[in-house]
Design a binder for this molecule. Structure first.
Ligand code: 7RM
Length: 655
């Protein structure tokens, strides 16, 4: 197995047509229908989105301008009043969906809960009142650091209901990483749990929150709300810490949704970039609601009878957009699972599909590669007949993994939607519409209607078919990020200046390299910046380097990605040590542990290589290209004339 290479992609000629019976029942039924929608949206994007906003969502008050575009700052549905919690809950209560399952949840130990729309609405209203009681007001930021339990979604929807801005931090991040994010966003309150279940062990979330808040390091946090989940003994600080169930018990379930301005902030979600600390990606209310609603509806071809399961964690954008907001806005049944395949239960994924009759299944290529490794006897031993549509997200999928997914899970009958998008884009941007667009293994195919995606060079000029270039988007779309929290200048620099605007036309720079083939299909190759994608998780090399050099024994560090069969990429760190420090295997382990402590287990280097010096240019820049080749065990090719000291390379090669 391997990642897609230019060669494998150029030789990919297989084309899979959607089955006729799938197309007949689909929301978008043919390539012609897709093309018409695409052309209509391209001709007049504002009219296209305005029509959908009016027919698909509830507004307390209609907008007066569809788009106000002062590049690179966009406002959608200006002066419209809307609440996404209302669209996800209240509006379904007056229909037959009132008693339909909104969330079907299963915990790792096998406990389970189903919440109907009416029940979820009640829980959300109560929790919104708890937040209000603790002084949370419109515009205040709330940190959410939770396991995959219904309360995570309840907390998000409760924030949205009263206009508080949530900032979910993935439960796998360390106390240090949590502290950085809580401080940057100036959270006033944190919602957490005593712990969560992960591979038969307890993740001590509350303990991490205590560490993050120790020494008054995030002083804005006045209250911590704790869900009882794993039931071990934990410390509760009087006055600051409260049990969720205690406060929830005493409050009213009456809490009307606050009419929010379309452009009021809905959430901040941190994501890694090539420079500096993770960025707080800001999403607002109206445009995000519309974009996640429409993409969920058309890409997952949602029917009211479907059971839909996205295996992401709510700590990532995929969980925000495609476990919580998109599915619930559509009135769908969304499955939420706390567990992951593990030695004690390697077939849990297929058990879940059989048990709940899952129709639509959305996961990551890295998970598919792990399924392949665990063996097809696991899915083959279960009844997967309920499945009708499959999806992938997070990284390029290698054609072999795509074919396995197609044959073993989809039984050659389920379309596969390979969806390209980012935290910044809010929702899916390039993807097949499953009843309409023929698929090619490894290609995300064509842009969603309303998305003007292009492959360009750094001048913004189009690149001919089958030549590599930068993936860029020409016109604003409703789900796009609005700014970097507290740093509009960084927003401009990161996304809008790599390709300079031409004649007033701005291009959004995605940071991915890609090509378009002769059919106009997009093939995304991966990041062109110093971001590495480990098992579908996005990490900045600089963050890991900063973590390494914060260790007293480390002088310098350079981190690169190395191709990995299972995880897509693996982290390799080149480290030079302070004088008088001796390299040892023990020190390697200590440094790996140190990175886990600073960032979290997702950032643990697979390999640490000690070096006497790092290869640098005469101006002092580390030549990562050389390190990448070394890490991958390739010959060093290309120009090395800018190297300051060639002997450094020789020594590194000798190991
Ligand atoms: C949704 C998500 C974004 C980065 C993006 C790409 C990579 C995501 C695909 C993909 C090839 C795909 N948000 N990526 N989906 N590459 N094909 N279908 O993953 O912000 O965490 O990451 O992920 O490099 O820039 S993210």
């Amino acid at each position: 197995m391997s990642q897609p290479t230019i060669e494998s992609i150029l030789h990919e000629e297989r084309l899979f047509q959607p089955a006729a019976d799938f197309s007949q029942q689909a929301q978008i039924k043919s390539l012609e229908q897709y093309q018409q929608l695409y052309d209509k949206a391209k001709a007049d994007p504002q009219a296209f989105w305005a029509e959908l906003a009016a027919t698909e969502l509830h507004w307390f008050q209609k907008w007066d301008t569809v788009l106000d575009w002062q590049p690179p700052f966009a406002k959608w549905f200006v002066n419209g009043k809307i609440n996404i919690s209302y669209n996800c809950l209240d509006r379904h209560l007056t229909t037959w969906r009132r008693n339909k399952a909104a969330l079907i949840w299963e915990g790792e130990p096998g406990d389970s809960r189903t919440l109907t729309y009416a029940q979820l609405h009640r829980e959300v209203c109560q929790f919104a009142n708890v937040l209000k009681q603790l002084g949370v007001k419109k515009g205040d930021r709330v940190g959410i650091y939770m396991p995959m339990i219904p309360e995570a979604a309840i907390a998000m929807l409760a924030c949205a209901r009263i206009g508080a801005v949530h900032s979910v931090v993935f439960g796998g991040f360390s106390a240090e990483a949590l502290r950085d994010r809580l401080m940057d966003v100036q959270a006033k309150l944190v919602v957490t749990a005593d712990g969560g279940w992960r591979k038969d062990a307890i993740v001590p979330l509350k303990e991490q929150v205590d560490k993050a808040l120790a020494n008054n390091s995030a002083p804005a946090v006045a209250n911590v709300l704790v869900v009882r989940r794993t039931e071990q003994t934990i410390a509760m600080e009087p006055g600051r810490d409260h049990w969720w169930h205690d406060l929830q018990a005493g409050v009213s379930a009456d809490c009307p949704a606050e009419p929010m301005d379309s452009e009021d902030m809905l959430f901040v979600l941190y994501t890694s970039g090539s420079t500096g600390k993770p960025k707080g990606v800001v999403h607002t209310t109206g445009g995000y609601n519309l974009y996640t609603h429409m993409t969920t509806k058309w890409i997952f071809d949602l029917k009211d009878t479907d059971v839909y399961w996205c295996t992401a964690d709510v700590g990532w954008i995929t969980g925000h957009s495609y476990i919580v907001y998109g599915p619930l806005s559509n009135g769908a049944t969304s499955v939420m699972y706390e567990g992951a395949p593990r030695a004690s239960n390697p077939g849990c994924t297929w058990d879940m599909i059989e048990k709940y009759g899952v129709n639509i299944f959305y996961t990551a290529p890295t998970a598919i590669r792990a399924f392949i490794k665990m063996g097809e006897h696991l899915p083959n031993a279960r009844n997967l007949d309920s499945l009708r549509l499959l999806g992938t997200v997070g990284e390029p999928i290698n054609p072999e993994a795509w074919m396995w997914y197609h044959r073993i899970i989809g039984k050659e009958r389920c379309p596969i939607v390979d969806t390209w998008w980012q935290t910044e884009t809010g929702g899916i941007m390039i993807t097949p519409l499953p009843g309409a667009v023929p698929t090619k293994p490894g290609s995300a195919t064509l842009p969603f209607p309303g998305i003007l995606a292009e492959i360009v060079d750094l001048e913004g000029d189009p690149v001919p078919p089958n030549e590599g270039g930068y993936l860029a988007v020409r016109h604003p779309w409703p789900g796009m990020m609005r700014t970097v929290y507290g740093d509009p200048d960084r927003f401009r620099r990161t996304y809008w200046e790599h390709i300079p605007p031409k004649d007033g036309a701005y291009l959004y720079f995605a940071g991915d390299g890609a090509r378009r083939d002769e059919d106009g299909y997009f093939w995304v190759m991966g990041r062109v910046d110093d971001v590495i994608n480990v098992a579908g998780h996005r990490l900045g090399t600089m963050e890991i380097e900063s973590a390494l050099v914060s260790h007293p024994f480390v002088a310098e560090a350079a981190v690169v990605g190395k191709p990995d069969d299972l995880k897509g990429e693996e982290i390799v760190a080149f480290v030079t040590l302070e004088n008088n420090i001796t390299a040892s295997d023990q020190l390697k382990n200590e440094l790996k542990k140190h990175v886990v402590q600073e960032i979290g287990a997702i950032a643990r280097p697979g390999e640490i290589k000690f070096a006497e010096a790092l290869p640098k240019t005469r101006s002092g820049k580390i030549m990562r290209r050389l390190l990448r080749s070394l890490a991958a065990g390739e010959e060093i090719s290309g120009d090395t004339s800018t190297l300051e000291d060639r002997s450094v390379l020789e020594k590194l090669r000798e190991g």
